[in-house]
Ligand binder design. Structure first.
Ligand code: 2P0
Length: 324
């Protein structure tokens, strides 16, 4: 097989990955845990072709620049080296991220690319090994290989820093995504992490507490204890942002509307609706909730946000080959 198309869904971390101990191999300082999401995904087609003289990368129908294509080339080289393939490749990707979501995701992008390159190159490694390849495109892509709740074990080397599926999340779990701002973020995750690791006096506390946080959330998932899981997820997100705020110069992803969203969620909790916030390297707020209550939460959030800023999603599945 010299070509394949694969779908991968994005994921949102409940225990965040923040900071690398090895920038070349994308080895994280701490293990993390995420929920894969149904509504946000990437479809990617890869074809190795002896006729091509260079890699070609088309995203959403548009040929990409040399710089963007260069990232794909470096990533495909991992597969070419292992599979003994020297051909260049044609890569066509479509991001199925509703524009309102404002979430461009490298997680689904590199997981889909890894999945398609794995088949098209004939390498055919198992999913666990494939997650170590996806990781070298973007850290969060490690977790998008699998569906439901997924742990990324920080490991001791490139070989054992892989993803592990924890639970299919088939128990009334969902998210309401609040798109606060759709513009490009000012500080990339990559730079933000580096700056935090190097300059934040709170960063050692982040690392010191991350493993305990992970074990609490894994227990909560095992017990199907939604409140315990949500409280831990919210705490992990706020603690990550606190460590960034203490960096020099500070890294501030919050916007006024992010605070509005957080306070709206606190108010919903006071009204007895169980829901919790999480935020990543940007101003958008994701509300972890019972999928059965997501519609009600969305209605309440309409007091503050427009309909097109709000997206409900359930848990998504792991990567799969598209046959049509
Ligand atoms: C996460 N984030 O666990 C954390 C929480 C953002 C905040 O992983 O440098 O695109 O490619 O490994 O994975 C976003 O950063 O960064 C991210 P790289 P990535 O989801």
């Amino acid at each position: 097989m010299t070509y394949a198309a694969v779908r991968a869904h994005t994921n949102i971390a409940l225990i965040k990955y923040w900071g690398k101990r090895d920038e070349e191999f994308f080895l994280p300082m701490n293990s993390s845990l995420s929920l894969t999401l149904e509504k946000l995904y990437t479809d990617t087609f890869v074809q190795f072709d002896e006729e091509l003289t260079e890699d070609l990368f088309i995203l959403n129908g548009k040929k990409q620049s040399e710089k963007e294509t260069g990232k794909i080339t470096r990533f495909l080289d991992l597969f070419r080296a292992q599979a003994g393939v020297s051909y260049r490749a044609r890569v066509a990707s479509i991001n199925h991220v509703p524009t309102a979501a404002g979430l461009a995701s490298s997680a689904s992008a590199f997981a889909a690319l890894a999945g398609a390159a794995n088949i098209a190159s004939g390498l055919n490694v198992d999913l666990r090994t494939l997650s170590t390849y996806a990781r070298q495109g973007s850290g969060s892509a490690t977790r998008s290989i699998y569906g439901g709740f997924v742990e990324w074990n920080k490991g001791t080397s490139s070989e054992d820093s892989f993803a592990i599926p924890i639970d299919e999340a088939d128990w009334d779990i969902g998210m309401v995504i609040i798109a606060v701002n759709r513009s490009e973020k000012k500080v990339s995750s990559r730079e933000g992490m580096k700056q935090t690791v190097e300059t934040s006096p709170y960063y050692p506390a982040w690392v010191a507490t991350a493993e305990d946080d992970l074990s609490v959330i894994k227990d909560a998932i095992k017990e199907r204890n939604f409140e315990k899981m949500g409280e831990m997820a919210e705490h992990s997100a706020m603690k990550m942002h606190a460590s960034m705020l203490a960096a020099k110069p500070p890294i501030l992803y919050f916007e006024p509307a992010s605070i509005t969203a957080i306070q709206a969620v606190q108010k919903l909790r006071e009204q007895g609706i169980s829901c919790y916030v999480t935020m990543d390297a940007g101003p958008n707020v994701k509300v972890l909730c019972r999928l059965s209550q997501a519609g009600l939460i969305k209605e309440k959030l309409k007091d503050f946000f427009k309909e097109e800023q709000l997206l409900i999603t359930g848990p998504g599945k792991g990567i799969r080959e598209l046959t049509e």
